[in-house]
Design a protein around this ligand. Structure first.
Ligand SMILES: NC(=O)c1ccc[n+]([C@@H]2O[C@H](COP(=O)([O-])OP(=O)(O)OC[C@H]3O[C@@H](n4cnc5c(N)ncnc54)[C@H](OP(=O)(O)O)[C@@H]3O)[C@@H](O)[C@H]2O)c1
Length: 357
């Protein structure tokens, strides 16, 4: 039985919390909450369960560390507060507690990390003899597990393209995702934060370089491209209302090139409602959002992943799967050698142990 602390109960964290409570091989011993209205509440309430757990949410990290859990599931939003998240993770690791998580998406490819993130985390792992593993669905599954599965079916690969084709209309996050991607902005406004020079490569280039390293391929460059789509009609959705002439679709990619030819591409086509960007690719078969891997090779492979759920929409189902990528690794990570763990370090079957009970 692994003793687990859940750190945060947002979009992803409420699902990892539910998973930890549900699994017979994991014991929930603590929950972190940052929001004042969550502190003091039972963990069950914070993830929509009715039967109390007796575990009460706190913002006292030292008290959670003092519980001596085997593992912390760290799903607090990290990218907007990287130094604070780094400091919290380092304290946990240095205290000898392992972390699985979804935050700080650069950590999905730890061998591609910049020193500001890698050095303090490696030091904390060494100090605490602990390990850290971060993954998700995209980045994460779509660029590692799915690609490995697709490439296992070819005798030669000429190129690999990883695509997310998604409608973010139902994603109620205008403040962070909406603003970063520039939805609702005009053509002569500043370039959205996510598409400024170098930012796509900073977010997704690690994935491209990591795959190149795994394939044993030398890239000449990793570059980025971005196309906006401005709506002629008003678009209304949960994310926001977009007035005519404003941004309601984006297509962007990080491309690993040999010569001038992209050989490893990570591309996102993101629209607000199906009305946006009608000339761009839609998910196949009328689906609402997919992750795809396309290998041009011998033979050609097209692998499409679509999530669905009887109650949750596809975006929330993605949060469940993101939570799964962290929680399913707890057992293995708790016995792993100290340091930063990548998906490729973990035997695939180690991730499925405990899933069926
Ligand atoms: N790779 C993937 O596929 C993927 C997919 C989805 C998300 N993610 C990543 O997973 C992380 C969580 O995403 P999300 O959508 O769940 O985020 P979110 O709901 O926006 O935020 C998660 C939580 O962050 C906590 N938080 C905010 N400020 C904090 C602070 N100062 N100290 C401690 N905690 C703080 C809040 O905790 P409380 O609830 O306690 O107030 C909030 O609920 C992000 O880093 C995101 O990039 C990755």
């Amino acid at each position: 039985m692994r003793r687990v602390v859940q750190f945060s109960t947002g979009n992803v964290g409420q699902h990892s919390l539910r998973a930890v409570i549900g699994r017979p091989d994991l014991e929930l011993v603590g929950v972190h909450a940052a929001s004042p209205d969550k502190i003091g509440r039972d963990a069950a309430q914070l993830c929509g369960l009715t039967e109390p757990t007796g575990v009460i949410a706190t913002d006292d990290l030292d008290a959670l560390i003092a519980l001596r859990p085997d593992c912390v599931v760290y799903t607090a939003l990290g990218e907007t507060r990287p130094m604070e998240a780094l400091e919290q993770m380092s304290r946990i690791l240095a205290a000898g507690i392992n972390i699985v998580g979804t935050s700080m998406v650069w950590l999905v490819t730890p061998r591609q990390l910049d020193d500001w993130l890698r050095v303090p985390l490696e030091k904390a792992c060494a100090q605490g003899n602990s390990s850290l593993y971060v993954n998700g669905i995209d980045p994460g599954y779509s660029g590692d597990t799915a690609v490995h599965a697709a490439l296992s079916l070819v005798t030669r690969a000429e190129s690999v393209t990883i695509k997310e084709v998604f409608d973010y209309g139902n994603y109620d996050d205008a403040e962070y995702t909406g603003a970063a991607m520039g939805f609702g902005t005009a053509p002569d406004d500043d370039l959205p934060m996510a598409f400024q020079p170098g930012v796509i490569v900073a977010m997704f280039g690690g994935l491209v370089r990591n795959l190149a390293a795994a394939l044993g391929v030398e890239l000449d460059d990793v570059r980025q491209r971005f196309e906006p789509w401005y709506t002629p009609e008003r678009i209304e959705c949960a994310m926001m209302t977009v007035e005519p002439g404003r941004l309601a679709g984006v297509r962007f990619a990080a491309e690993g090139v040999r010569g001038d030819r992209p050989v490893i591409t990570v591309e996102h086509t993101t629209r607000l409602t199906p009305a946006a960007a009608p000339d761009w690719e839609y998910p196949p078969n009328g689906l609402d959002g997919v992750h795809m891997v396309i290998v041009e090779g011998e033979p050609r492979i097209e692998l499409t992943t679509h999530l669905s759920h009887p109650v949750l929409d596809v975006t929330e189902a993605g949060c469940v799967s993101t939570a799964a990528r962290a929680v399913n690794a707890i057992d293995w990570v708790c016995d792993a050698p100290a340091g930063l763990i990548a998906l490729e370090d973990i035997p695939p079957t180690a991730m499925i142990r405990g899933l069926m009970w």
